[in-house]
Ligand binder design. Sequence first.
Ligand code: FAD
Length: 290
Amino acid sequence: MSLPEDLARAHRRFSVEFSPAHDEASATRQWATVERLARLRPVFASVTYGAGGGSREGTVELASRLAAETSLRPLAHLTAVGESADRLRGVVGDLLAGGVRDVLALRGDPDGDPHAPWTPHPEGLQHADELVRLALAEGASSVGVAAFPLGHPDSPDPDTDLRHLLGKFRAGASFAIAQLTFDVEDFLRLRDRLAAAGCQVPLVPGLLPVTSPRVLEVTRRLTDGHEPSWLYRRLDPFLDDRGAFREEGLRVAVEDGRRLLAEGVPLLHLYSLNQAANVEALVAELGLAG
Ligand code: FAD
């Protein structure tokens, strides 16, 4: 079955995100995480690209290993940052050769300073819709894209951003993963706006259990600084107690997950940060195992 077919059939399931490991020791630990989470049968396992310090080659390597050695369906992130169109075709070819058929097509952000103005490679791509077309033309089975519940920071307004998201679907994308948000209403509003535009493409919400002050920092990056003040108010009292902080962070994620499931969202995308325990706890609490 194809990934879009699996997404259409999903009911109370999850997917998981990994990032390429930086060194051999963390690669070994990561693989133990992969094996633990594979037992819970996520619908797909995404592998980030050039984000979080992981090397780009690392994405092809990890996604190919998932395809070859596990029952997981890898979804390889791919960005247009600093690459010519030819080189991007080569990366898609490498992924296909490694048995990775599904791609998340992203523009990416400028290397070094993600807030600097976007400048495409002189022989590269301007926007993610072009990468969607490129990946499909090279033979990817399915391509997903990023969606932004509050609008992408470069967009002048949410309507323009929605128009561009719809353009990515017209280019052939068959699903979208939403940027992390802790306000379920923001996600649901985007889902409603897509439906009102006549778009039935699956929109998958991200869920990150904020189980330590370090994860709170990651959150700030993943939400483009839109992490809500109520989250701080809930976690602040536990800054000096690691165990209590983790429990409260998990409670927040479970509450958000329950709300999304109650709203009919069929699949939650769980950020693992390459660790198994928090994902396992959420999957157990929310009943998401396959
Ligand atoms: P685009 O869709 O190209 O949009 C960028 C801006 O251009 C938006 O303002 C949009 O409205 C506008 N736009 C889009 N199309 C057009 C058009 N045709 N004409 C004019 N304007 C247009 N980054 C990484 O480096 N590695 C990762 O692995 C990674 N994974 C991610 C996973 C998810 C789920 C999400 C939400 C983001 C991820 N990112 C990753 C971050 C992402 O690369 C950045 O947020 C980037 O700034 C936007 O990428 P995009 O694909 O949405 O770009």
